[in-house]
Design a binder for this molecule. Structure first.
Ligand SMILES: Cc1ncc(COP(=O)(O)O)c(C=O)c1O
Length: 391
């Protein structure tokens, strides 16, 4: 039998949850999907003419630029002034998505077999993207003490001689925790001492909920350590299908200039961002604010509904959500997470993620998306909590 690259993960057999979902789909059984994180499927109102600039005649000319068209890079830089951060468009690199940006940065920073240090719990994406570049991920821990804190000692333990970069996700998916100024100061020192670059995934930074004043944002504006901040239309304006993401490069000037020169070679090999979306970038970023505002209202309302539902079930605990699109509920560990998720699907017709999907250190947690329409979300959350508390 033909074998494929070791970069690919082992072909997982379907687990019991994917099997049960496939069975529902096959039989046409309706259920509420509280794992839905695709904003275009969550009943938000997108202006009908939002995509009109994609048809501009200027898009008929191809004039490729490795880092993107100057006007699009300027539009992204201008976007950061919303948060009071000044970004030089020369430090903006466009990519098709933040996932692609990870791939480029792993290629830039790591040779095959080198390591990257990644958060746990977190979205399983990094492990996969690292594997595709032949790079080894090593996890550091976030610990919950009333908020999810970065265990800096675990970061130091995860750094091997092969480590080349530290990934920080702020706010993290699914823990919803921003990195604080104090955590960032300590991590920047650790990275400087170990010659690690930082990849700061801030795709959800626009969605604070119960956020601390002391949160650090736009990490690439720091001078101390070579840092790449990731962002994109997927999350900042709820348009994942347009395929426009970006990298902001920051850190000591010489280090940054050398990194950008090398990154240019990678970007030039792909030239993956379409001309029409670049020409439309300024318009999309400006008018996408309408969608961002709806998402902000939605996640706030849904978190409120989740907390209201949880108030009736003291055995369950909605953990602090500082920002982002998901919430974590600690539930009694009377049955396995998998069994609970299956019970919820079969008996309540509600689908949630088990904590183990995100590598939580212990059971039992479930994770829900805060994006579904509020009436649907609130009813499903009430069922979820009642079932989880019923032990
Ligand atoms: C934390 C985080 N970063 C990046 C991504 C990927 O986003 P993109 O659509 O820009 O590739 C996701 C997707 O959910 C995510 O949760």
């Amino acid at each position: 039998m033909r074998t494929y690259s070791r970069r690919l993960p082992a072909q997982d057999a379907q687990n019991a949850i994917t099997h049960a979902v496939a069975d529902f789909e096959r039989r046409g059984v309706a259920y509420v999907d509280l794992t839905e994180s695709n904003p275009t499927r969550c009943g938000l109102e997108y202006p009908d003419d939002l995509l009109r600039p994609l048809g501009a005649a200027a898009g008929l000319t191809y004039a490729p630029e490795p880092f993107g068209l100057p006007e699009a890079r300027e539009a992204v830089a201008a976007e950061y002034s919303r948060r009071g951060t000044r970004i030089d468009p020369a430090n903006v690199v466009l990519a098709a998505s933040s996932s692609e940006a990870y791939g480029w940065l792993f290629k830039l920073l790591c040779s095959p077999g080198d390591g990257v240090v990644v958060p746990r719990p977190s979205y399983p994406l990094f492990e996969h993207l690292a594997g595709l570049e032949g790079v080894e991920p090593a996890a550091y821990d976030l610990e919950y003490h009333g908020r999810w804190e970065i265990d800096v000692a675990s970061v130091e333990r995860a750094i091997t001689p092969a480590a080349r970069a530290l990934v920080v996700v702020s706010p993290n998916n699914p823990t919803g925790s921003y990195i604080t100024e104090a955590e960032w100061a300590r991590l920047a020192d650790v990275c400087a001492a170990n010659s690690l670059a930082v990849i700061a995934d801030e795709v959800f930074a626009d969605y604070p909920l119960d956020a601390l004043e002391s949160r650090a944002v736009d990490l690439a504006s720091s001078d101390e350590v070579l840092t790449f901040t990731l962002g994109g239309l997927s999350k900042s304006v709820g348009l994942p299908q347009l395929k426009l993401g970006w990298i902001l490069a920051g850190g000591p000037a010489g280090d940054r200039a050398r990194a950008l020169a090398a990154l240019e070679l990678i970007a030039d090999s792909y030239l993956s961002v379409s001309t029409p979306v670049q020409l439309a970038a300024r318009h999309l970023l400006r008018h996408g604010a309408l969608i961002r505002a709806q998402i902000q209202d939605r996640i706030r309302a849904n978190l409120g509904a989740l907390r209201t539902a949880a108030a009736a079930h003291p055995a369950c605990d909605v953990l602090r959500v500082e920002g982002g699109w998901s919430a974590v509920v600690r539930v009694p560990a009377a049955r396995s997470e998998e069994q609970l998720v299956l019970d919820l699907l079969r008996h309540e017709r509600v689908l949630v993620h088990p904590g183990y999907f995100f590598d939580f250190p212990r059971e039992a947690y479930v994770v829900v998306s805060l994006l579904p329409p509020t009436p649907v979300f609130a009813a499903a959350a009430a069922h979820l909590l009642a079932r989880a508390a019923d032990v």
